[in-house]
Design a protein around this ligand. Structure first.
Ligand code: FES
Ligand SMILES: [Fe+2]
Length: 314
Protein backbone atom coordinates (compact mmCIF):
# COMPACT_ATOMS: atom_id res chain seq x y z
CA UNK A 1 0.00 0.00 0.00
CA UNK A 2 1.39 3.36 -0.88
CA UNK A 3 0.98 6.17 1.63
CA UNK A 4 1.31 9.94 1.14
CA UNK A 5 4.88 9.69 2.44
CA UNK A 6 5.72 7.22 -0.35
CA UNK A 7 6.32 4.37 2.04
CA UNK A 8 5.43 0.90 0.88
CA UNK A 9 4.40 -1.33 3.75
CA UNK A 10 4.08 -5.10 3.61
CA UNK A 11 3.31 -7.94 6.00
CA UNK A 12 0.39 -8.28 8.40
CA UNK A 13 -2.14 -5.49 8.18
CA UNK A 14 -3.12 -3.75 11.37
CA UNK A 15 -6.58 -2.71 12.50
CA UNK A 16 -6.90 1.04 12.03
CA UNK A 17 -6.36 2.92 15.30
CA UNK A 18 -6.49 6.58 16.14
CA UNK A 19 -3.52 8.22 17.78
CA UNK A 20 -3.98 9.30 21.40
CA UNK A 21 -3.02 12.81 20.37
CA UNK A 22 -2.58 14.75 17.18
CA UNK A 23 -0.24 17.26 18.78
CA UNK A 24 3.22 17.48 17.25
CA UNK A 25 5.74 15.03 18.71
CA UNK A 26 7.65 17.68 20.61
CA UNK A 27 4.45 18.50 22.52
CA UNK A 28 3.53 14.86 23.14
CA UNK A 29 6.99 13.91 24.42
CA UNK A 30 6.56 15.13 27.97
CA UNK A 31 9.46 14.89 30.36
CA UNK A 32 7.25 14.47 33.47
CA UNK A 33 5.73 11.26 32.02
CA UNK A 34 9.16 9.88 31.13
CA UNK A 35 10.48 10.70 34.61
CA UNK A 36 7.48 9.07 36.30
CA UNK A 37 7.73 5.92 34.23
CA UNK A 38 11.43 5.83 35.05
CA UNK A 39 10.72 6.24 38.78
CA UNK A 40 8.27 3.36 38.54
CA UNK A 41 10.97 1.18 36.96
CA UNK A 42 13.50 2.15 39.60
CA UNK A 43 11.16 0.95 42.36
CA UNK A 44 10.94 -2.55 40.89
CA UNK A 45 13.06 -5.33 42.42
CA UNK A 46 16.03 -6.58 40.43
CA UNK A 47 17.29 -9.11 42.94
CA UNK A 48 20.71 -7.46 42.54
CA UNK A 49 21.23 -9.08 39.12
CA UNK A 50 23.12 -7.45 36.26
CA UNK A 51 23.39 -8.60 32.66
CA UNK A 52 27.00 -9.48 31.92
CA UNK A 53 27.05 -10.47 28.26
CA UNK A 54 25.49 -12.57 25.52
CA UNK A 55 25.56 -16.23 26.57
CA UNK A 56 27.13 -17.06 23.22
CA UNK A 57 30.03 -14.70 23.92
CA UNK A 58 31.32 -16.65 26.93
CA UNK A 59 33.07 -19.85 25.98
CA UNK A 60 36.22 -21.77 26.75
CA UNK A 61 38.48 -18.72 26.89
CA UNK A 62 38.31 -16.49 29.95
CA UNK A 63 36.85 -13.03 29.33
CA UNK A 64 36.94 -9.91 31.40
CA UNK A 65 33.89 -7.83 32.33
CA UNK A 66 33.56 -4.81 34.56
CA UNK A 67 30.36 -4.33 36.56
CA UNK A 68 29.82 -1.66 39.21
CA UNK A 69 33.55 -0.84 39.41
CA UNK A 70 34.58 -4.48 39.90
CA UNK A 71 36.39 -6.67 37.35
CA UNK A 72 35.19 -10.19 36.76
CA UNK A 73 36.48 -13.09 34.74
CA UNK A 74 33.93 -15.35 33.06
CA UNK A 75 34.40 -18.71 31.40
CA UNK A 76 32.68 -22.04 30.96
CA UNK A 77 33.42 -25.26 32.70
CA UNK A 78 31.86 -27.56 30.12
CA UNK A 79 28.53 -25.80 29.62
CA UNK A 80 28.45 -24.28 33.10
CA UNK A 81 29.01 -20.54 33.42
CA UNK A 82 31.58 -19.45 36.03
CA UNK A 83 32.06 -15.79 36.98
CA UNK A 84 34.65 -14.76 39.57
CA UNK A 85 36.82 -11.80 40.59
CA UNK A 86 39.41 -11.13 37.90
CA UNK A 87 42.33 -10.97 40.34
CA UNK A 88 44.35 -14.00 41.30
CA UNK A 89 44.32 -14.58 45.08
CA UNK A 90 48.08 -15.18 44.99
CA UNK A 91 49.55 -11.89 43.69
CA UNK A 92 46.66 -10.32 41.82
CA UNK A 93 47.30 -11.22 38.18
CA UNK A 94 44.41 -10.79 35.75
CA UNK A 95 42.90 -14.23 35.41
CA UNK A 96 41.23 -13.17 32.17
CA UNK A 97 44.75 -13.15 30.66
CA UNK A 98 45.09 -16.84 31.52
CA UNK A 99 43.74 -19.99 29.95
CA UNK A 100 41.07 -22.48 30.86
CA UNK A 101 42.24 -26.04 31.50
CA UNK A 102 39.81 -28.80 32.42
CA UNK A 103 37.20 -26.31 33.54
CA UNK A 104 39.54 -24.21 35.71
CA UNK A 105 41.15 -20.91 34.86
CA UNK A 106 44.94 -21.07 35.07
CA UNK A 107 46.67 -17.94 36.34
CA UNK A 108 49.13 -16.60 33.74
CA UNK A 109 51.73 -15.61 36.35
CA UNK A 110 52.41 -18.72 38.46
CA UNK A 111 49.91 -21.29 37.26
CA UNK A 112 47.44 -21.42 40.13
CA UNK A 113 44.33 -23.27 38.92
CA UNK A 114 41.01 -21.85 40.06
CA UNK A 115 37.67 -23.49 39.42
CA UNK A 116 34.17 -23.03 40.70
CA UNK A 117 35.32 -23.43 44.34
CA UNK A 118 36.47 -20.85 46.85
CA UNK A 119 40.23 -20.34 47.26
CA UNK A 120 41.05 -18.19 50.30
CA UNK A 121 39.30 -14.85 49.86
CA UNK A 122 38.76 -15.53 46.17
CA UNK A 123 35.31 -16.92 45.39
CA UNK A 124 33.13 -17.19 42.29
CA UNK A 125 30.06 -14.95 42.36
CA UNK A 126 26.49 -16.06 41.73
CA UNK A 127 25.74 -16.20 38.02
CA UNK A 128 22.91 -17.33 35.78
CA UNK A 129 22.66 -18.18 32.11
CA UNK A 130 19.16 -17.78 30.65
CA UNK A 131 20.17 -19.19 27.27
CA UNK A 132 20.45 -15.78 25.58
CA UNK A 133 22.14 -13.67 28.25
CA UNK A 134 24.50 -14.31 31.13
CA UNK A 135 23.79 -12.54 34.41
CA UNK A 136 25.78 -11.92 37.55
CA UNK A 137 24.77 -11.12 41.11
CA UNK A 138 27.80 -9.80 42.95
CA UNK A 139 26.07 -9.39 46.33
CA UNK A 140 23.55 -11.30 48.42
CA UNK A 141 20.03 -12.15 47.31
CA UNK A 142 17.71 -9.13 47.42
CA UNK A 143 13.95 -8.80 47.90
CA UNK A 144 13.46 -12.57 47.73
CA UNK A 145 14.24 -12.47 43.98
CA UNK A 146 16.40 -15.55 43.40
CA UNK A 147 16.67 -15.42 39.61
CA UNK A 148 17.09 -12.50 37.19
CA UNK A 149 13.83 -10.88 36.13
CA UNK A 150 13.50 -12.07 32.55
CA UNK A 151 10.69 -10.64 30.45
CA UNK A 152 8.33 -12.84 28.50
CA UNK A 153 10.11 -14.21 25.46
CA UNK A 154 8.81 -15.94 22.33
CA UNK A 155 9.04 -19.74 22.34
CA UNK A 156 11.06 -19.87 19.11
CA UNK A 157 13.27 -17.05 18.00
CA UNK A 158 16.35 -15.81 16.25
CA UNK A 159 18.48 -14.04 18.84
CA UNK A 160 21.18 -11.46 18.31
CA UNK A 161 22.89 -9.52 21.09
CA UNK A 162 24.52 -6.12 20.64
CA UNK A 163 26.92 -4.47 23.09
CA UNK A 164 27.82 -0.79 23.31
CA UNK A 165 29.30 1.43 25.99
CA UNK A 166 28.14 4.95 26.79
CA UNK A 167 29.27 7.76 29.12
CA UNK A 168 26.14 7.95 31.24
CA UNK A 169 24.23 6.11 33.94
CA UNK A 170 21.82 3.18 33.40
CA UNK A 171 18.83 5.48 33.97
CA UNK A 172 19.81 7.53 30.91
CA UNK A 173 19.68 4.40 28.76
CA UNK A 174 16.24 3.46 30.07
CA UNK A 175 14.97 7.04 29.70
CA UNK A 176 16.03 7.06 26.06
CA UNK A 177 13.76 4.11 25.33
CA UNK A 178 10.90 5.66 27.33
CA UNK A 179 10.88 8.38 24.69
CA UNK A 180 9.57 6.66 21.54
CA UNK A 181 8.72 10.04 20.01
CA UNK A 182 12.32 10.71 19.08
CA UNK A 183 12.39 7.65 16.79
CA UNK A 184 11.25 9.17 13.50
CA UNK A 185 13.16 12.40 14.02
CA UNK A 186 16.43 11.03 15.39
CA UNK A 187 16.57 7.78 13.37
CA UNK A 188 14.79 8.60 10.09
CA UNK A 189 16.77 5.82 8.39
CA UNK A 190 15.00 3.25 10.58
CA UNK A 191 11.60 4.61 11.58
CA UNK A 192 8.73 6.43 9.92
CA UNK A 193 5.13 7.38 10.69
CA UNK A 194 5.06 6.96 14.45
CA UNK A 195 1.96 7.53 16.53
CA UNK A 196 1.22 6.70 20.15
CA UNK A 197 -1.84 4.49 20.50
CA UNK A 198 -1.71 3.59 24.19
CA UNK A 199 -0.04 5.11 27.21
CA UNK A 200 -0.34 4.18 30.87
CA UNK A 201 1.71 5.18 33.92
CA UNK A 202 4.50 2.76 33.15
CA UNK A 203 4.09 1.57 29.55
CA UNK A 204 3.65 3.09 26.14
CA UNK A 205 2.64 1.62 22.80
CA UNK A 206 3.55 3.13 19.47
CA UNK A 207 2.36 2.24 15.99
CA UNK A 208 5.40 2.68 13.83
CA UNK A 209 6.70 1.82 10.42
CA UNK A 210 10.06 0.15 10.65
CA UNK A 211 12.06 0.73 7.50
CA UNK A 212 13.37 -2.54 6.14
CA UNK A 213 15.02 -1.04 3.11
CA UNK A 214 14.55 2.37 1.51
CA UNK A 215 10.81 3.03 1.11
CA UNK A 216 9.94 -0.54 2.10
CA UNK A 217 8.73 -0.94 5.65
CA UNK A 218 6.61 -2.98 8.03
CA UNK A 219 4.04 -1.44 10.32
CA UNK A 220 3.86 -2.79 13.86
CA UNK A 221 2.55 -1.92 17.30
CA UNK A 222 5.47 -1.79 19.71
CA UNK A 223 4.97 -1.66 23.46
CA UNK A 224 7.71 -0.43 25.79
CA UNK A 225 7.83 -1.33 29.47
CA UNK A 226 10.39 -1.95 32.21
CA UNK A 227 10.29 -5.32 34.01
CA UNK A 228 13.09 -4.25 36.38
CA UNK A 229 15.15 -1.09 37.01
CA UNK A 230 17.88 -1.67 34.43
CA UNK A 231 15.85 -3.26 31.63
CA UNK A 232 13.41 -1.89 29.10
CA UNK A 233 11.63 -4.21 26.73
CA UNK A 234 10.04 -3.45 23.41
CA UNK A 235 7.48 -6.10 22.50
CA UNK A 236 5.84 -6.28 19.09
CA UNK A 237 2.23 -6.67 20.19
CA UNK A 238 0.63 -6.58 16.72
CA UNK A 239 1.77 -6.82 13.13
CA UNK A 240 4.51 -8.76 11.44
CA UNK A 241 6.68 -10.59 13.95
CA UNK A 242 4.19 -10.21 16.84
CA UNK A 243 5.71 -11.62 20.01
CA UNK A 244 9.23 -10.52 19.08
CA UNK A 245 11.06 -8.64 21.81
CA UNK A 246 14.01 -6.31 22.05
CA UNK A 247 15.43 -6.32 25.57
CA UNK A 248 17.66 -3.37 26.35
CA UNK A 249 19.73 -3.92 29.48
CA UNK A 250 21.88 -1.24 31.10
CA UNK A 251 24.74 -2.49 33.26
CA UNK A 252 26.83 0.05 35.16
CA UNK A 253 30.58 -0.23 34.55
CA UNK A 254 31.83 2.71 36.64
CA UNK A 255 30.14 5.91 37.74
CA UNK A 256 29.04 7.63 34.51
CA UNK A 257 29.95 4.64 32.33
CA UNK A 258 27.36 2.07 31.28
CA UNK A 259 27.21 -0.96 29.01
CA UNK A 260 24.14 -1.36 26.85
CA UNK A 261 23.48 -5.03 26.15
CA UNK A 262 20.57 -5.38 23.79
CA UNK A 263 19.06 -8.74 22.91
CA UNK A 264 16.75 -8.97 19.91
CA UNK A 265 14.57 -12.09 19.93
CA UNK A 266 12.80 -12.08 16.59
CA UNK A 267 9.94 -14.47 15.96
CA UNK A 268 7.25 -15.05 13.39
CA UNK A 269 4.08 -17.13 13.05
CA UNK A 270 4.97 -17.90 9.48
CA UNK A 271 5.55 -21.63 8.95
CA UNK A 272 8.85 -21.07 7.15
CA UNK A 273 10.33 -19.17 10.09
CA UNK A 274 12.13 -22.06 11.74
CA UNK A 275 13.59 -23.22 8.43
CA UNK A 276 14.78 -19.70 7.61
CA UNK A 277 16.43 -19.35 11.04
CA UNK A 278 18.08 -22.73 10.58
CA UNK A 279 19.38 -21.89 7.11
CA UNK A 280 20.15 -18.18 7.45
CA UNK A 281 20.49 -17.58 11.21
CA UNK A 282 24.26 -17.24 10.90
CA UNK A 283 23.85 -14.51 8.28
CA UNK A 284 20.88 -12.75 9.84
CA UNK A 285 22.36 -12.48 13.32
CA UNK A 286 25.18 -10.06 12.35
CA UNK A 287 22.70 -8.02 10.31
CA UNK A 288 20.33 -7.62 13.29
CA UNK A 289 23.30 -6.77 15.49
CA UNK A 290 24.55 -4.21 13.00
CA UNK A 291 21.17 -2.45 12.84
CA UNK A 292 20.89 -2.40 16.63
CA UNK A 293 24.40 -1.01 16.90
CA UNK A 294 23.64 1.71 14.36
CA UNK A 295 20.67 2.85 16.45
CA UNK A 296 22.71 2.72 19.64
CA UNK A 297 25.46 4.90 18.22
CA UNK A 298 22.78 7.59 18.01
CA UNK A 299 20.96 6.65 21.20
CA UNK A 300 24.20 6.61 23.18
CA UNK A 301 24.66 10.24 22.11
CA UNK A 302 21.11 10.97 23.32
CA UNK A 303 21.75 9.21 26.66
CA UNK A 304 25.09 10.96 27.11
CA UNK A 305 23.48 14.32 26.44
CA UNK A 306 20.78 13.54 28.98
CA UNK A 307 23.42 12.56 31.53
CA UNK A 308 25.40 15.74 30.86
CA UNK A 309 22.29 17.87 31.40
CA UNK A 310 21.50 16.08 34.65
CA UNK A 311 25.08 16.35 35.86
CA UNK A 312 25.39 20.07 35.21
CA UNK A 313 21.99 20.81 36.73
CA UNK A 314 22.48 18.77 39.92
S1 FES B 1 49.58 -14.27 40.70
FE1 FES B 1 48.40 -15.96 40.20
S2 FES B 1 49.53 -17.67 40.70
FE2 FES B 1 50.72 -15.99 41.26
FE1 LIG C 1 16.40 5.86 19.67
Amino acid sequence: MSAPDNLITFGHKLEPKDPLSIEPDWMQARLPWIEKALEHALRLPSGGWYVLAASREIGKNPRRYRVNSEDYVAWRDGGRLVVAPDACPHMGACLSDGKVREGSVVCPWHGLELGGERHGAWEPVTSYDDGVLSWVRPGPEQDGVTRPVIPQRPSRFLDAVMRKEANCEPTDIIANRLDPWHGVHFHPHSFARLKIIDQTEDAITARVVYRVFGRLGIEVDARFHCPEPRTIVMTIVAGEGAGSVVETHATPIDPARTTVIEATLATSERPQFQAVVGALGGLLRPLVRWRAHKLWVEDAAYAERRYELRRTRR
